[in-house]
Structures are given as structure tokens and as C-alpha cells.
Design a protein around this ligand. Structure first.
Ligand SMILES: [Zn+2]
Length: 399
């Protein structure tokens, strides 16, 4: 194989989920969106339902099909032995409406859960199916804009402050002080819808008024609660996910900052654009703010009930121009590569690598030009040099 037969342009797949924005992804990719459809995610990966397409001699070939032809060559022997597939999925996300509160199981728990639901005969696409595969779903995101997310429970003293400051939550304070995170969460997650409404209605109405009067900032839970309901003519039912907005850390990642979310950590994206890299899995246990299936006992079983201080990563420089965001999983790694006019980035791919340009334009091995929004797939052992005529930012996903 020559180097040119190991490096290809690749085109991803846009997911039009309702929570997505309608301009960021079309503008990044340079594609029109005349109907103003929501464009939530841009997938670069080998998932069979939405595989990226390589452009080989002007023909499109699906990445999953190309890998299937000779997986050990496409992925390397060791990756193929260990994972049996491309272990990661690279995405661009544009979050306009907040996503569901969620937790992902560990690898071990996913295997058990999948086998149990298979044995129970729950069809894989059934709405009450929790485990779609036998894999864990760790995720890392690097902000492309000012990005907001909910990430893990607040530390004890911070959560105590919240429970004292929000009048309706005062009665929860003794329960939390005495019995801790799990008891508190269980209490609100097991309330009837009627109780949730009675509990939260005054809170929600007050937050809408406070936001309108300019009393709230995005660093406060009330801002996000108000955003959820401010356009409703009449508030009928209040989603119990609202409790989580108060109980979890609200994290603001600035462009270039990253957050990793491992098994058991409750989280939800609130707003903004990012690059996300995750293990190839669809195992999501939800805790609200979604019309999808919520299985409270299963969610409780896999949630880590502890307060955390969010770790917002700025990245470690591992090569000139390349910052890596260390993630404690074997499935993937992500780097941001920033080049200026006279810089050259040289490397060779150890396994299958994906590159996407988010700013400027890059030239690989003096032949392949990647404009903003364009991506390349590099096969193992591909030797490459990246140069740019101006400033250029790329993200690299690898095993
Ligand atoms: Zn998630």
C-alpha cells in the first residue's frame, strides 16, 4: 500500500434530531439547509445505521463495509482482536435544546444488562429496551463554542446551599444531610407526577419571572429551568429531570476545553457546539427531560452517588501544535491540532485515525486538501505531514 492508498477523504452523516440547531453544522460543512431542518449531530464513524463514506477514486464506499473486507488491516490486528470493530464514533454536535439527563453503564454492567434483556426476549428496538449492545459508552467532548452541560452531582456543601436557597427544596435538606445523595435522588425520582408538579410548579414559575427580569445567569440552574418552560402557554406537567438541573454541577467549557464522562456519571448537554468522541455504543439510561423510556430502578443501579468537582481539561501538549485530552479508557483518544502558516505536523497512524478540520484548511502530504468541515480517514501505518497556508485547527480521533 502506498501512502495515498492509506489516506482518504471521508464524508459523515447528519442526524436531524429535534434538539439540534439549524445553522452550525450546515455552515461548517458548507451544505445548504433550505428547509431549516434541525442538524443535531454529524457522525464520522462506522456505525452501520449511519456509516461515513470514503471517497476512493471518486466512488463512495461505506467505512463499515471497507473495514469488513479486511478488518485486521483496516484496524490493526490488536484493535480487531480487542474490539472487533472501530471502537469509537466521532461527532460534531450542535445543541440548541437541552438533552436528556443520562447515565451510561460500565462495560461489565452493559454485558450483564444486554444478556438479561436478550434472555427476557425484549426486542432490540422496543421502547422499554435499556441495553442495545454489550458495550460501555464513555464520552469526551471538546467545546467548539461556549459550551454548557450538567456534569455529576454537586459537592456536598454546594448541594446543601442549593437546597437551602431554593425555598421549595428546604424540606429536602434534612433528608440529604441524614441519608445522602442516593436517598435524595431516589425520593424525587420516585415521586408521582402529581407530586412533582405540586413540588416544582412554584419554583418553575419563579425562575421564569427571574429570567425575564434579568436576575439569572447561565451559571444558575434557574436560567435553564426557565428556558425549558418560558415558551409554554400553559405548564401542565413538569419533568422530574428539573430536579437534576439543581442537583448537578453546571459546567461551562470554553472553546478548546474538554470534559470526560465515564460510567455512572449523570450528565446532560445544555447548549453549545462541540466535538464529541465516544465508544461505539447506544446504552443510555435516562433520568428525565425526554419523551423516551425512563427506567428509574435501572438508572439508580448504575448511577454513582457522590459529589464531584468537574475536571475541565485544557489538554496536554504532546507534540508541537498537538494537545491531547487524556481519557481513562482504551477505546479512544482525542487531540486538537492547531497549525500556523510555517508549521508542519508529522506523524504516522498507529491505528485507524479520523481527522476533521474545524478552522482554516489543511493539506496532507502535499496532495489531499481538507477545507473547513472536511475530514480524512487514515489507515494504520499511514505516514503523513500536515501543512496549512493560514491558521488551521483539526481534531484527531484515534485508538
Ligand atoms: Zn451521554
Amino acid at each position: 500500500m502506498s501512502e495515498s492508498s492509506k489516506i482518504f477523504k471521508i464524508k459523515g452523516f447528519i442526524q436531524h434530531y429535534a434538539w439540534g440547531g439549524n445553522t452550525f453544522i450546515p455552515e461548517l460543512l458548507g451544505v445548504p439547509n433550505p428547509d431549516g431542518k434541525p442538524c443535531a449531530e454529524y457522525w464520522l464513524g462506522a456505525h452501520p445505521s449511519a456509516a461515513a463514506k470514503l471517497i476512493i477514486e471518486n466512488k463512495e464506499v461505506a467505512l463499515n463495509e471497507l473495514i469488513a473486507r479486511d478488518p485486521a488491516t483496516a484496524l490493526t490486528d490488536s484493535v480487531y482482536q480487542k474490539f472487533g470493530e472501530l471502537p469509537y464514533l466521532l461527532k460534531v454536535l450542535d445543541v440548541k435544546q437541552m438533552l436528556s439527563i443520562q447515565v451510561h453503564p460500565s462495560k461489565e454492567e452493559a454485558e450483564k444488562g444486554f444478556d438479561r434483556e436478550e434472555a427476557e426476549g425484549i426486542p432490540i428496538n422496543a421502547p422499554n429496551r435499556n441495553y442495545k449492545d454489550r458495550n460501555h459508552k464513555p464520552e469526551v467532548m471538546v467545546a467548539l463554542s461556549d459550551f454548557w452541560l450538567l456534569h455529576g452531582f454537586k459537592e456536598k456543601s454546594l448541594l446543601e446551599n442549593t437546597l437551602s436557597e431554593v425555598y421549595e427544596f428546604n424540606i429536602l435538606l434534612p433528608l440529604f444531610k441524614r441519608d445522602g445523595y442516593k436517598a435524595l435522588y431516589q425520593f424525587v425520582m420516585e415521586m408521582s407526577q402529581q407530586e412533582v408538579n405540586a413540588f416544582l410548579m412554584p419554583t418553575v414559575k419563579r425562575e421564569i419571572r427571574r429570567k425575564r427580569e434579568g436576575e439569572l445567569s447561565k451559571a444558575e440552574p434557574g436560567w435553564w429551568v426557565a428556558k425549558l418552560f418560558e415558551n409554554d402557554e400553559q405548564i401542565v406537567n413538569i419533568d422530574r429531570g428539573v430536579f437534576s438541573i439543581y442537583f448537578f454541577n453546571i459546567v461551562n467549557a470554553k472553546p478548546g476545553e474538554a470534559v470526560f464522562q465515564g460510567a455512572g456519571l449523570p450528565h446532560a448537554y445544555l447548549e453549545g457546539q462541540n466535538i464529541e468522541l465516544m465508544a461505539n455504543s447506544d446504552n443510555v439510561l435516562r433520568g428525565g427531560l425526554t419523551p423516551k423510556h425512563i427506567d428509574v430502578p435501572e438508572l439508580m443501579k448504575h448511577t454513582v452517588f457522590e459529589g464531584i468537582i468537574p475536571n475541565v481539561m485544557k489538554g496536554n501538549e504532546i507534540r508541537i501544535g498537538e494537545k491531547n485530552y487524556p481519557c481513562p479508557v482504551p477505546d479512544f483518544s482525542i487531540s486538537k491540532i492547531e497549525l500556523k502558516e510555517d508549521m508542519t505536523y508529522s506523524n504516522s497512524a498507529e491505528g485507524m485515525e479520523l481527522l476533521i478540520v474545524t478552522e482554516g484548511a489543511a493539506v496532507i502530504n502535499n496532495s489531499l486538501v481538507l477545507k473547513r468541515g472536511e475530514a480524512a480517514c487514515l489507515f494504520p501505518d499511514a505516514v503523513y505531514e500536515i501543512i496549512t497556508s493560514g491558521n488551521c485547527t483539526l481534531f484527531k480521533a484515534f485508538v
